[in-house]
Design a protein around this ligand. Structure first.
Ligand SMILES: [Zn+2]
Ligand SMILES: [Zn+2]
Length: 156
């Protein structure tokens, strides 16, 4: 939380902007360490991995996901880990730009893709995710009736 706040201030100073602080949500499941949700301006962290890798989350995961949000605000839609993202990580946030987090994932072995609706995060199986990606299939939340949309970035 403090790291998020500090890195954001650092970025706002360098970019001469005043981007608001994103919400931190601890609902990430599956093998992803975190996801960045652009429209809702949220960073979703995996609580299981967080407990086991606190320092890595502070040093890497939080800045990594924050960089995705900032890149989106600053440049619009670009490649998730492209040159804009690398620049944001290294020149603005001062963190080495590594694409993935190397964690012990023995506790979370389900391979799933994060989706969300208005009320919660969902995990879709690879099979269902592929069907959505190919088009023609959509899934709805049983609680709120929303069509599920895929996470913007999944980092594992
Ligand atoms: Zn829902
Ligand atoms: Zn990423």
């Amino acid at each position: 939380m403090r790291q998020l706040c500090e890195k954001l201030q650092q970025a706002n100073l360098r970019l001469e902007c005043s981007y608001p602080e994103p919400a931190l949500v601890y609902q990430q499941r599956g093998t992803a360490a975190g996801t960045a949700w652009l429209q809702s301006w949220e960073i979703c962290l995996n609580p299981v991995l967080l407990l086991e890798n606190q320092q890595a989350f502070i040093d890497e995961v939080v800045p990594h996901e924050l960089a995705h949000l900032l890149v989106w605000k600053h440049f619009g839609r670009v490649a998730p880990h492209g040159k804009e993202w690398k620049w944001m990580m290294e020149s603005v946030l001062g963190v080495p730009a590594r694409r993935t987090h190397q964690f012990e994932i023995s506790l979370v072995r389900s391979r799933a893709y994060p989706y969300r609706c208005r009320c919660q995060q969902h995990q879709l199986t690879v099979h269902r995710h592929n069907r959505v990606m190919r088009g023609g299939s959509e899934y709805r939340c049983l609680k709120c009736g929303d069509i599920l949309t895929a996470g913007d970035f999944q980092d594992s």
